[in-house]
Design a protein around this ligand. Structure first.
Ligand code: PMP
Length: 394
């Protein structure tokens, strides 16, 4: 039977990571893989997470099963971090999940249970796994215009025109902040206009929140989704703790489902529990507990917030350093957009041939669509990177 399986192309990002590892050039630069890196090129365990881990190791007395929806303290902490006071607890159904990917999968599976014919509106471009998860669940996918590549900004008019096609039983996926791959985010007024378009349409938002704290800070980065929670009757949020807490491999995430009433809340939570049950039974607990402990302890929380802020400002500084160097060397401001975009990623606007030449000739790795991870840069790499970008004709 297994011989009937269809071959699959290897995942492009994983393939690129492998090619980078195999590249013997000592001065190679990895702007590909989407993880935070510090000035030494490392993806650190955050200090507060390490301290919580020591505490947990000393005090945990059992590793017996938790609830099907995960550790309630973790979920409460996530609701506070993401939604603050913007959502009434009696309308909020929650479940922990393995990472943002697990949360997206469970959230879309919940949509499918509620609305088997649901169409998922996905921004163009988006993180490729959005389409892959929707396809794996057999949901119909509708791309909507999001990015104006020529202007390097959100194509708001295109987005609103395309989303006007969403109707009852559909779901609209948006990135909460730090859009992957473009770094182009909705402004507060654009969020308001999106909310006004969707209110009363019966098509809830599914907000993918994977980079809280990497754009303008942990509060500012969720202002848009909080405004939506106050405007819209229903909303789903898939939260990832991979970047915000540096917990990548621990697989920490949560689904927050804002429902229309307390009765709908209870039913949604029972359905989330049932989806977890049939997918992996209990969600991973170790990392979720650490995130919950960090947020509940004032000292750990303050240290986590300070380290997150240092990560955020490092990314912002690299953005402006690169943009300024490119402007100075090219004599044009065509790279100015890099400074204003948010989070780890931007699209350079290079052709596939230019991306290949940067990799083969200059040892600079990026995703095929020319997405760069700014945190992959170090300040001393900037002159070489700028020279290479201009040499390939960017
Ligand atoms: N959403 C987006 C936009 C992402 O970029 C990522 C990570 N690359 C995720 C969700 C999920 O991350 P994880 O499953 O590792 O938490």
């Amino acid at each position: 039977m297994l011989e009937r399986l269809q071959p699959r192309a290897p995942d492009k990002i994983i393939g690129l990571m492998q090619a980078f590892r195999n590249d013997p050039r000592p001065d190679k630069i990895d702007l590909g893989v989407g993880v935070y890196r510090d000035a030494a090129g490392l993806t650190p365990v955050m200090r507060a997470v390490k301290a919580a881990e020591r505490q947990l190791c000393d005090t945990q007395t059992t590793k017996s099963y938790t609830a099907l929806t995960g550790d309630p303290a973790f979920l409460q902490a996530m609701a506070g971090l993401v939604l603050g006071a913007a959502a009434a607890p009696e309308r909020l159904a929650m479940a922990a999940a393995p990472g943002g990917t697990g949360a997206l999968h469970i959230a879309l599976a919940l949509v499918r249970l509620a609305s088997p014919g649901a169409r998922v509106f996905v921004p163009d471009p988006s993180w490729p796994n959005h389409a892959a998860i929707a396809d794996a669940l057999g949901l119909t996918r509708v791309p909507y215009r999001y990015y104006d590549a020529a202007a390097q900004t959100v194509d708001e008019a295109g987005m609103l025109a395309d989303l006007a096609q969403a109707g009852p039983g559909d779901v609209v996926l948006v990135h909460g902040c730090c859009h992957n791959p473009t770094g182009a985010d909705l402004t507060p007024p654009a969020w308001q206009r999106l909310g006004a378009l969707l209110a009363g349409r019966g098509a809830p938002l599914l907000v993918d929140l994977a980079y809280q704290g990497f754009g303008d800070g942990p509060e500012a980065d969720v202002a848009g989704l909080r405004a939506m929670a106050e405007t819209l009757p229903e909303m789903l949020i898939a939260v990832s703790c991979s970047k915000t807490f540096g917990l990548y491999r621990e697989r920490v995430g949560a689904v927050l489902a804002l429902t229309g009433s307390p009765a709908a809340r209870a039913t949604a939570e029972a359905n989330l529990a049932a989806l977890n049950r049939t997918t992996y039974a209990f969600p991973p607990d170790h990392g979720a507990r650490l995130a919950g402990m960090v947020l509940a302890d004032p000292d750990l929380r303050a240290d986590w917030a300070a380290e997150l802020e240092a990560m955020r400002t490092r990314i912002a500084r690299l953005r402006s350093t690169l943009a300024e160097a490119l402007t100075a060397q090219s004599g044009s401001d065509r790279f100015g957009f890099l400074a204003g975009q948010k989070g780890l990623f931007s699209l350079l606007g290079a052709t596939p041939d230019q991306v290949a030449t940067l990799r083969e000739t200059h040892g600079i790795y990026m995703i095929g669509d020319s997405r760069i991870n700014l945190a992959g840069l170090s300040e001393q790499d900037v002159p070489r990177v700028v020279e290479a970008f201009l040499k390939v004709g960017l």
